[in-house]
Design a protein around this ligand. Structure first.
Ligand SMILES: *[C@@H]1O[C@H](CO)[C@@H](O)[C@H](O)[C@H]1NC(C)=O
Ligand SMILES: *[C@@H]1O[C@H](CO)[C@@H](O)[C@H](O)[C@H]1NC(C)=O
Ligand SMILES: *[C@@H]1O[C@H](CO)[C@@H](O)[C@H](O)[C@H]1NC(C)=O
Ligand SMILES: *[C@@H]1O[C@H](CO)[C@@H](O)[C@H](O)[C@H]1NC(C)=O
Length: 841
């Protein structure tokens, strides 16, 4: 493909995104910005209109939030609210014979003259109670998110109006109701009956039911934002990893890009093709598979019936009884033995999607507050492959006597102190992945934004691996085992072949683990291969589980671990290859062209995003422990990727509590002084190191330069010193002089300074850092006049769930480092970072 065609493609794709996302929604659908005075468009291109036209109650209060939470990615519809101190109604015209999706948006913030903790209210849609004694503040606090989206699917009523009533609680003095946004979306009748699990031949009538969406997951795949949902229903689908309970995560499967999903008679709005094109299965080892269940667990309210919709599509096998498996819900058999699940038998063929609906009543004697889903191969059916598979899952709460309201989360779940909060945050199952969560919406908004930004910024430098980069966040086109998230075990002969028998000419770096070679696998995929020191004492075996786990960390801003080799006495780790090398080699002591300020900002943002994902986005909190400019690598499109995370030390220390004490590991010049003093590791140690990286980017000098006068040796200390004296300008990279907007510089330097706070508590989270850097970029772009749309500032939630993954290539070079671990013994070799709180769930 030549340059012109590429540019044309980029243009077409760019406009495709602009045009397709907004045009999918139906004209009759409404999105109301409550309390808004003018129509507006959110960054996801959804149009919101003021609510006044539909509000039937006079004398209500319109309010503006006085505080914009950094994790609030869109001001619309969240920064305005409608406040009610007495019952109030909205009337929205609808087609009475249709089912409707209703989304309610709440941002429990500071509204002038009101204490949000006083807000308790109920919400009804026609005669169905959706929420009762509802406190958005308590709920958001428990979920540690800034705002909340509740989604309902309402059965046809035969009335041509949907009446939404908000009623302040009469049990609480000063109680008031509020709401920020209301969406009503007409949907096809996607429901019929569901098999009542555990009661042979009984079914539950879902067609007439009102439902609340509890969970909606794209099993084995990435988050799918509302703009990429099918049928214009703007539903968000989240990655399922946070809900996996079993010891093994199974393996993720992905159909090739051009694989076509043949919906046949099934409505396309059932689920987007991306749901059916990815799956999770138990893995290739059938003998192991039959001994265990792949298990997911979800938190729900007790005393309700839940509808579980399991989405399936076979894209590998095409014959009946090639895969047959049992399905259990809350330990009860849903499908087994003679009725084992067989996707091909159900769907009729490869590439044809299908789904099954099951109903399960959850009460104290059955599940309590949990719904579990388990799958294991059916030995009875004697299939060709002993494996089980799931592509997507939706869990809906069904109304009981026109009620869907559950209690607020228990106060006991929300310990006020910081530590507890941290732990709570660690439990991803309860936090960021609840359906309709803030993160989700945020993800949608930011992803759309990033996508378009990337299209604009991408420069084609005649790189060989052009194919990898179309959709950096969703549905990316890099399809190999790499993006499928399989941790591959390579044979030594494969590795030897790919590196010309570890030829020295292929060495691209030397790190703690050993030499790093450039290599080729699968007849063309470039990889970086780290070969262990032969005298390294730690065997790879003990790391295997962890390698599995790390290889599943797929994110646009992380260098992916593709697999490993522990064959013939050699131990190797195989990573993506990154063609532009380390950030450091672009900053100083280099013959390479100077990086522009904007590119530096973008690299800083990308790395911050990668780190933020390690800290909060994965199943475990992962502390990198060695953040530095040689561990930030650049792919052929200048996308920054964090490398060298992983291979944590597991041991008794791990369960010690909120922190981990361990041998100090890191690089001089980047080391968190607090960590050094107290040997307690937290995410904030990475934040400190990242602060040094920021100054390195700004000043283009090493973190440690022993040849300078004493007070200047450590960049961290020196830059802080200059910043506080107000003469930071003197040490900025001369190449940047006059090119940085003053406000942008201030934001950047302030952020770096805060990262270097002596106490971890005073340092911002990576999410805050990210937000600030994005803000700085926005300021710069506005000043340069290069900004074409006004996105809301991003925080990081987009990355929960793992991003694009397949970005191509990575080199890992870390030569010339003063590694602390180099000084202190073999005990450390191979420890790169630390997984904290591995209890999973
Ligand atoms: C669930 O129902 C049982 C039996 O009716 C009742 O005792 C229990 O309090 C209910 N739990 C909740 C949380 O409503
Ligand atoms: C799988 O889960 C079901 C339901 O909990 C259980 O009955 C069965 O024994 C499990 N199978 C295996 C192999 O663990
Ligand atoms: C299913 O069985 C497991 C193991 O016996 C138990 O811990 C769990 O609580 C059960 N779940 C339900 C929903 O009954
Ligand atoms: C309302 O919710 C609060 C907070 O969860 C709870 O303490 C209170 O008991 C509830 N009141 C009623 C009447 O249910």
């Amino acid at each position: 493909m030549n340059e012109k065609t590429r540019n044309l493609c980029s243009l077409i794709c760019f406009f495709y995104v602009l045009l397709v996302s907004p045009s999918q929604s139906n004209a009759k659908d409404v999105a109301l910005g409550c309390g808004a005075t003018e129509p507006s468009t959110d960054p996801d291109k959804k149009k919101w209109e003021p609510d006044t036209k539909f509000l039937k109650t006079p004398d209500t209060v319109q309010a503006t939030a006085t505080y914009q939470d950094p994790s609030l990615l869109s001001t619309i519809p969240y920064m305005t609210a409608r406040i009610f101190t007495a019952p109030a109604t909205y009337e929205i015209p609808v087609k009475g014979d249709k089912r409707h999706l209703l989304r309610l948006h709440f941002y429990p913030s500071v509204y002038t003259g009101l204490n949000i903790d006083d807000s308790y209210f109920s919400v009804a849609a026609n005669d169905v109670t959706l929420l009762s004694n509802f406190s958005a503040a308590i709920t958001c606090q428990a979920l540690t998110q800034a705002y909340l989206v509740r989604e309902y699917s309402l059965a046809p009523t035969l009335k041509d109006v949907l009446t939404i009533t908000l009623t302040p609680s009469d049990k609480h003095p000063k109680a008031f109701a509020f709401i920020n946004g209301i969406e009503v979306i007409e949907m096809p009748e996607l429901f019929d009956t569901a098999v009542l699990v555990g009661f042979a031949d009984q079914t539950s009538d879902v067609k007439s039911a009102n439902l609340q969406t509890m969970f909606r997951v794209n099993v084995g795949g990435q988050d799918i934002p509302g703009s990429k949902d099918s049928g214009g229903l703007t539903r968000t689908w989240y990655n399922d990893a946070p809900y996996i309970f079993s010891a093994g995560l199974g393996v993720t499967l992905q159909a090739s890009d051009n694989f076509r999903i043949d919906y046949q008679k099934m409505p396309v709005s059932t689920a987007p093709a991306d749901v059916y094109k990815t799956a999770r299965s138990q893995g290739p080892n059938g003998d192991l598979n039959v001994k265990s269940n792949l298990t997911w667990v979800f938190q729900v309210d007790t005393n309700f019936t839940y509808i579980m919709r399991l989405h399936f599509c076979e894209f590998q096998q095409s014959k009946i009884n090639q895969k047959a498996f049992n399905i259990y819900i809350n330990n009860k058999t849903a499908q087994a033995d003679a009725e084992a699940a067989d996707i091909i038998a159900w769907s009729g063929g490869k590439g044809v999607p299908t789904y099954k609906d099951y109903a399960m009543y959850v009460d104290t004697t059955n599940g309590g507050e949990e719904v579990s889903l388990q799958m294991t191969p059916s030995v009875f059916a004697k299939p060709e492959y002993l494996d089980s598979q799931l592509n997507g899952l939706e869990i809906f709460k069904m109304d009981t006597m026109k009620n869907l309201a559950g209690p607020n989360p228990k106060p006991s779940d929300m310990k006020a102190n910081e530590d507890a909060k941290k732990e709570f945050r660690g439990d991803k199952r309860v936090t960021a992945f609840v359906i309709g969560s803030a993160g989700g919406v945020a993800a949608v908004l930011l992803c759309a934004l990033c996508f378009t930004m990337y299209q604009r910024k991408r420069k084609f430098q005649g790189s060989e691996s052009y194919t990898s980069s179309w959709l950096p966040l969703y549905g990316n086109s890099h399809t190999s085992t790499i993006s499928a998230g399989l941790c591959r075990r390579f044979s030594l002969s494969e590795i030897k072949h790919g590196t010309q028998n570890f030829d020295e000419s292929n060495v691209i770096g030397v790190g703690g683990f050993g030499k790093v070679y450039k290599g080729v696998i699968d007849g063309g995929t470039k990889v970086a291969i780290k070969k262990s020191n032969p005298n390294s004492e730690q065997g790879l075996n003990e790391f295997e589980t962890e390698i599995e786990l790390l290889s599943r960390l797929r994110h646009k801003h992380l260098v992916s671990l593709i697999g490993y080799c522990d064959d013939g006495g050699e131990m190797c780790l195989i990573y993506d290859y990154m063609s532009l090398g380390t950030l450091r080699e672009h900053l100083y002591n280099t013959k390479r062209p100077q990086l522009t300020w904007k590119r530096r900002l973008e690299i800083a943002i990308g790395s911050a995003r990668g780190l933020h994902y390690l800290h909060t986005g994965a199943k475990y909190t992962i502390i990198h422990r060695d953040v530095k400019t040689t561990n930030i690598l650049l792919d052929e499109n200048w996308v920054a990727k964090v490398s060298d995370f992983g291979l944590s030390k597991t041991g008794p220390d791990m369960n010690a509590g909120g922190h981990v004490s361990t041998v100090v590991k890191g690089s001089f010049g980047y080391l968190d002084p607090e960590y050094f003093r107290r040997q307690q590791l937290t995410e904030k140690s990475d934040v400190y190191s990242f602060g040094v990286v920021l100054f390195e980017i700004l000043c283009a000098r090493p973190a440690l330069n022993p040849s300078l006068p004493k007070e200047q040796v450590s960049l961290g200390d020196w830059a802080l010193n200059c910043k506080r004296k107000g003469n930071l300008d003197d040490i900025i990279d001369p190449n940047l002089k006059g090119k940085i907007n003053a406000e942008c510089l201030k934001k950047f330097a302030d952020t770096a300074e805060k990262c270097l706070s002596d106490s971890g508590l005073d340092r911002p989270s990576m999410g805050d850092v990210l937000w600030n850097l994005e803000f700085a970029l926005q300021v710069q772009e506005t000043a340069d006049g290069t900004r074409r749309r006004t996105p809301s500032h991003g925080s990081a939630s987009e990355d929960l769930g793992g991003g694009g993954g397949g970005g191509g290539m990575a080199v890992n070079v870390s030569a010339g480092e003063h590694d602390v671990s180099d000084l202190s013994s073999e005990e450390n070799s191979g420890i790169f970072s630390q997984i904290v709180n591995p209890k999973g769930r």
